[in-house]
Design a protein around this ligand. Structure first.
Ligand SMILES: [Cu+2]
Length: 196
């Protein structure tokens, strides 16, 4: 009886271990470890580039930055920068350019090592020093190198990542439920055997 109980517990543990091994890649989205500017910061000099850095290398399959974007806007919704991004290891960057003093938002989007798109936004304040260079904003999103407008939209429009995340959650949730049911059935059978 103890043996059957131990077997059931062992089977459950093995199932959980297998589940974790299978489920881990689905959760391995890159996450932000650093950015320029930092969220909530006030900058008085424009850095050379705006950038976001994640915990691991990024997936630039095409080599052309497809799926990657950094978009900087001011409080009035004007866009700054040329819309071009460069991807090196775990960092996405774009040339920094800012207009009048005020609140700004940097929207970023990138492709995780596991192929999923991740995006977010970083708010910061621009308080230029007297001799800081400023530039005029644009009412339309910048179009790196003048690509077709449609292609531009696909690279700069933040992708709704809730679909991908939801499918991850559902998949992991149903896998956990299946393992729990299997474990309970095994324990139930073992207990009935013991009573018999
Ligand atoms: Cu993922």
């Amino acid at each position: 009886m103890l043996a059957s109980r131990a077997r059931a517990a062992g089977a459950l543990a093995a199932a959980v271990a297998l589940l974790l091994a299978v489920a881990t890649p689905a959760q391995a989205h890159n996450y932000l470890v650093a950015s320029t500017p930092e969220a909530g910061s006030t900058i008085t000099e424009a850095p050379e580039t705006f950038s976001v850095t994640t915990n691991e290398a990024l997936l630039d399959l095409s080599g052309g930055g497809s799926g990657f974007a950094i978009e900087v806007t001011d409080a009035a919704g004007l866009y700054y920068g040329d819309g071009c991004v460069s991807i090196v290891d775990s960092t996405v960057s774009t040339g920094a350019s800012l207009g009048d003093a005020g609140d700004y938002r940097m929207l970023w989007q990138l492709v995780s090592a596991d192929g999923h798109t991740v995006s977010g936004e970083i708010d910061f304040t621009w308080a230029p020093s007297a001799n800081a260079a400023t530039s005029a904003g644009s009412s339309t999103p910048p179009n790196c190198g003048g690509e077709a407008a449609a292609a531009q939209e696909s690279t700069t429009a933040p992708v709704n990542r809730s679909d991908a995340n939801l499918s991850d959650v559902l998949w992991i949730g149903s896998a956990i439920a299946a393992v729990l049911v299997a474990g309970l059935v095994t324990l139930f059978v073992a207990t009935r055997r013991r009573k018999a």
